[in-house]
Design a protein around this ligand. Structure first.
Ligand code: F6P
Length: 365
């Protein structure tokens, strides 16, 4: 495994929830690999397409014009895991290990190495395939920025920009109506989007999954502002934030997904509680998938391109079993196993969190 001279044909797939910049990564992988004489296949619809043998050859024409496009030209899913794959037997859905079938499909097409662009769930699957002997290189993706070992995942900058703009818009209407506006953003276990967007958008309270909040502390902040003549407040809450002694707000369960729980509703609950306790009219906006869609920022396009080139270079050098990552503005390589299945949360000593506290933002504690 890992003899670069022998790798002539590779495949690339995108797995998990989409993120702005996926197409830019695909374009960079394809262009770099084709430039070195490799043949490149795209696997459609994530790891499900590997089991179902959904392959499409990628050429320079296939990736022309996709740099600024959101989504992924290959399609994706955050459900399918070849090691635990849904099949219907006697009218019943059961889960089987079809990793062997997935590997056989690649072998049959002459694919010798795989580039996986994905988040936590996809990295775990990539790591399992690597352990089975498939030469794999991974690119960390998620708007949540919660993958360890890298200072940034692509898509995060775009999501933060969208959320910050939403806050600017909520600011003017909050001020006109003397209301409390709550913005619920994505972030299940890590509040990076909430923290960065809240700082950029001038939020008065930022509530994170890492800091269970006290409703009293939020109310105290709203009242303090009122005493200073500010009759409105802006609150950003991550979907995974929860009150002290309480629980996260679950909106649905997605069977077959590696992370079955989908969160939602924390913002609405908070707005209702604030209205009840203060008498101030409060509204909640849930930004949801708007954060994941649309064109990537210039930063994300550049980061995605650097990641894609670096992943293709790993393949060309036979440096398999690695994830590309960003550290101190340099692209580095980290073993997938150092990263898959681990968390990247905001810690108490986080510089931006401390800066927020210094300028009087309430973090609910
Ligand atoms: O992990 C990325 C993410 O966008 C989370 O922030 C969010 O909770 C989840 O995916 C939503 O997943 P789905 O696309 O299944 O609704």
């Amino acid at each position: 495994m890992g003899n670069a001279d022998k790798v002539k044909t590779i495949a690339v797939l995108t797995g998990g929830g989409d993120a702005p910049g996926l197409n830019a990564v695909i374009r960079a992988v394809v262009r770099t690999a084709l430039g070195q004489g490799l043949k490149v296949w795209g696997i459609k619809n994530g790891f499900g397409g590997m089991v179902e043998n959904q392959l499409v050859e990628l050429t320079n024409d296939s990736v022309a014009g996709i740099l600024p496009r959101g989504g992924t030209i290959l399609g994706t899913t955050n459900r399918d895991n070849p090691f635990h794959y849904p099949v219907v037997r006697d009218g019943q859905v059961i889960y089987e290990d079809l990793s062997g079938q997935a590997l056989a499909n690649l072998r049959q097409a002459g694919i010798e190495a795989l580039v996986v662009i994905g988040g936590d769930g996809s990295l775990k699957i990539a790591s399992e395939f690597y352990q089975l002997g498939l030469p794999v290189v991974a690119v960390p993706k998620t708007i949540d920025n919660d993958i360890p070992g890298t200072e940034r995942t692509f898509g995060f900058d775009t999501a933060v920009g969208v959320a910050a703009e939403a806050l600017d818009r909520l600011h003017t209407t909050a001020e006109s109506h003397h209301r409390v506006m709550v913005l619920e953003v994505m972030g299940r276990y890590a509040g990076w989007i909430a923290l960065h967007a809240g700082m950029a958008g001038g939020a008065d309270c930022i509530l994170l999954p890492e800091i269970p909040f006290s409703i009293d502390s939020v109310i105290a902040k709203i009242k303090e502002r009122q005493q200073h003549g500010r009759q409105f407040s802006l609150i950003v809450i991550a979907e995974g934030a929860y009150p002290q002694g309480g629980e996260v707000s679950v909106s649905r369960i997605v069977e077959g997904s590696h992370e079955k729980i989908r969160l939602g509703g924390a913002g609405e609950k908070l707005a209702r509680a604030i209205e009840q306790l203060t008498g101030v009219e409060s509204r909640c906006t849930v930004l949801g998938h708007v954060q994941r869609g649309g064109t990537p920022t210039a930063f994300d396009r550049i980061l995605s391109t650097r990641y894609g080139v670096a992943a293709a270079e790993c393949v060309l050098e036979g440096a398999f079993g690695n994830t590309v990552a960003l550290q101190k503005d340099r692209i580095i390589r980290r073993p997938i196993d150092d990263i898959a299945g681990k968390a990247n949360n905001i810690t108490a000593d986080n510089e931006l969190l401390r800066a927020g506290r210094s300028i009087g933002i309430c973090f609910g504690d």
